[in-house]
Write a protein that binds this ligand. Structure first.
Ligand code: C2G
Length: 153
């Protein structure tokens, strides 16, 4: 009997933590469904995303171990999704531990360890550091500009 596993998430700036989670799901069942949070639902979650829903969904859909992507539009849809897709296992990162135990009446609920040292928030911070000009470089740029200005006088 084919086993269906479902998870929910934003999957913004797709990274290794997301990939490892999805691969874990594929080890737990035969069919993997991923509900990707829409931009509107992320606003409800108070979560700012860089990548729009259609691109986040397309990336998740392209992952070889993912069989179906559906939009996550509300907190309430999990119960009807589990029934509609005859889900055997609901799995999500342990940062949500305990939040979805109500699904236990319908399916197995599993909270998985998160991948350490990677998160969308951390990626944004690293990118900001990478793009920011160091004070030293800025000073050197001004010195060169000053020399050029004097040359032109
Ligand atoms: N994740 C992980 N390791 C990380 C980062 C994320 O295992 N380093 C997991 C999260 O635990 C989650 C999934 O990857 O299971 C997607 O993470 P997010 O996109 O941050 O999902 P989130 O915004 O928490 O949305 O209704 C549930 C929510 O929609 C979950």
């Amino acid at each position: 009997m084919a086993k269906t596993v479902i998870t929910y998430g934003t999957f913004d700036m797709f990274h290794i933590g997301h990939l490892k989670l999805l691969r874990r799901l594929s080890e737990m069942g035969d069919k993997v469904i991923v509900a990707v949070s829409t931009d509107e639902f992320n606003e409800l979650k108070g979560k700012k995303t860089l990548i729009p829903y259609d691109q986040r969904a397309a990336i998740v859909e392209a992952i070889d171990c993912v069989d179906l992507v559906i939009p996550e539009e509300s907190w309430e849809q999990k119960l009807s999704d589990v029934k509609r897709y005859q889900v055997d296992v609901f799995a999500i990162g342990e940062d949500w531990k305990g939040k979805f135990d109500f699904l236990e009446e319908l399916c197995e609920v599993v909270y998985l360890p998160r991948t350490r040292n990677i998160s969308t928030t951390e990626l944004k911070r690293s990118l900001k550091r990478f793009l920011s000009i160091s004070q030293d470089d800025l000073r050197k740029a001004f010195e060169v500009l000053e020399l050029l200005r004097k040359d032109l006088e």
